[in-house]
Structure formats: C-alpha cells, structure tokens
Write a protein of this length. Structure first.
Length: 187
C-alpha cells in the first residue's frame, strides 16, 4: 500500500514525540540529576525532563518497596504521549522473585524504577553516578522492549551484584542498539 505525501505528513505530525520523564528522590543532588539526564539523553537520543510525581517512601526505611506496585502506581500518573517514565527511589526495592533489586522495568511498558540504596554501597560520588546511570539505562531498555543480553559489553547484561554492575558498560552492544533502533522506528 502506497501512502500519499499528505498521508505521510499527517502521520509524522500526529506521531507523539518520544521523551523520558524523571521522578527523582529528594536525596539526589542536583549534579547527580544532571549527570543522569545527560546520560539518558545520550543513550536514547530523546529529551529528558522532570516529572512532578514521586515515589512515596515506606514508613520504615528498612522495608523494601514492591517494584511491581511502584510500576502500577506509575501507570496511574499523568502521561504525555510518547513519554517513558523513570522513577528514582531512595528506598530499597524487591520483587516476588528477588529481594533488594537495583531496579525494575516492565518490558515494552511505559515505566521503570531504580532503587538507590544498594547503588550507594561503598561508592564514592563518581561510582554512584555511574551505577545510577547504568541501572537507569538498563531498566529503560526493558521499557523500550529489550531483554537481558549475554554480551558482557552491553548495558543490558544481567547484573545481580555490585561487582557485576561495576563491570558492565553504560552503552548498548551492536545487536541491542539495532533492536532498540528498530523497535523505536516501528512505534
């Protein structure tokens, strides 16, 4: 089926602009937020803005948040068409399968969350920023439809420990980059 120039122009005009909206924990310093925004912009080549919503911390700081409940809460937040949302929480997080996870992103969904307490463990400010960016890119990769990757030189490699996370890169391997580009072109 061939589309007329007018039909193509209408499609381009009505297609939502992609963006990433950040909801950050108040414990993040302005320099950490800027580093994260710059890194996400470089990784995904979309605008990164701030959201007014935030994740409510648990009453007891030692009680982890359920990552799936956080994503369900985020699904009820107002949404700009084409926007993926990333929340940064200062609380611990877990899932049914794992306790104290770095983050969670729903594959081909709209939202992801990163939990910072483990990322801060024995980390100087530079290492914390690097960990935060890696986990954020990784979890948003799931939101964009990517699965875990076996390539050790890919941000989508599964990392369950800080040692594995620190060894992982902050970029996509060629295969995941192609998948991400193809998936974004199709939506």
């Amino acid at each position: 089926m061939l589309l007329s120039a007018a039909a193509i122009a209408i499609h381009l005009v009505t297609r939502p602009t992609e963006s990433i909206g950040l909801a950050v924990d108040p414990s993040l310093a302005p320099a950490e937020i800027q580093y994260l925004k710059d890194g996400l912009h470089a990784a995904y080549e979309v605008p990164v803005g701030m959201l007014t919503e935030s994740i409510k911390p648990p009453a007891d700081a030692q009680t982890p948040l359920d990552g799936r409940e956080v994503l369900a809460t985020m699904d009820r937040w107002p949404r700009v068409p084409g926007q993926r949302q990333l929340a940064i929480s200062g609380a611990h997080g877990d899932t049914v399968e794992r306790t104290f996870v770095f983050g969670l992103g729903r594959r081909a969904g709209r939202s992801a969350v990163v939990f910072t307490p483990r990322l801060r463990h024995r980390a100087n400010p530079t290492l914390f920023r690097q960990r935060l960016l890696r986990v954020s890119i990784h979890e948003l990769g799931h939101v964009y439809g990517l699965r875990h990757c076996e390539d050790q030189d890919c941000v989508m490699v599964y990392s369950a420990t800080l040692l594995a996370l620190d060894a992982s890169p902050d970029h996509f391997c060629p295969r995941c980059a192609r998948l991400l580009h193809g998936w974004r072109q199709a939506t």
